[in-house]
Design a protein around this ligand. Structure first.
Ligand code: DQA
Length: 146
């Protein structure tokens, strides 16, 4: 089984960016955590970040038929991107929306997700643990499909 993790804008700054909201764990350390759990679960991981909306769209398009699931922290594009929503709809893969912070406890513009309705489910508010829960959700979905 192969899972693609995609990270949107500003997540490259994790660890130093608003640590009171996002914590002090860097994206690299989150990736290490994900890879450790993935090894236990015998899952292959591809882990990427981009600040550019088009990169995320292209990576979702290219993953069709290549990976079994996508775990997506679209960051600010969550709240704005019709392009990402359309890419998710087109890819015919289970996509799991994740966030480090509890977006519902924050500003009202973060309460709406452009992508939630086309994702299999949403995990938010657990810090780096949201990534592990996203991986476990992807594995469970995959075994339920067999
Ligand atoms: C985020 C929440 C978004 O609202 C925000 O724009 C981010 C990070 C999160 O992981 O908590 O950049 O996706």
């Amino acid at each position: 089984m192969k899972v693609l993790f995609l990270n949107g804008p500003n997540l490259n700054l994790l660890g130093t960016r608003q640590p009171e909201i996002y914590g002090r764990t860097s994206l690299q350390d989150v990736e290490v955590m994900v890879r450790q759990r993935a090894t236990q679960l015998q899952v292959e991981i591809d882990f990427r970040q981009s600040n550019a909306e088009g990169d995320l769209v292209t990576w979702i398009q290219q993953s069709r038929g290549i990976v079994n699931a996508i775990v997506l922290n679209a960051a600010a594009y969550t709240h704005t991107s019709v392009a990402l929503r359309d890419a998710i709809s087109a890819c015919e893969l289970p996509v799991i929306e994740i966030h480090l912070s509890n977006v519902y406890a924050r500003e009202s513009f973060r309460h709406h997700s452009m992508i939630a309705a086309v994702c299999r489910g949403t995990i938010c508010g657990f810090g780096p643990w949201s990534y592990i829960l996203g991986l476990e959700a992807a594995v469970n979905l995959n075994s339920a499909l067999k």
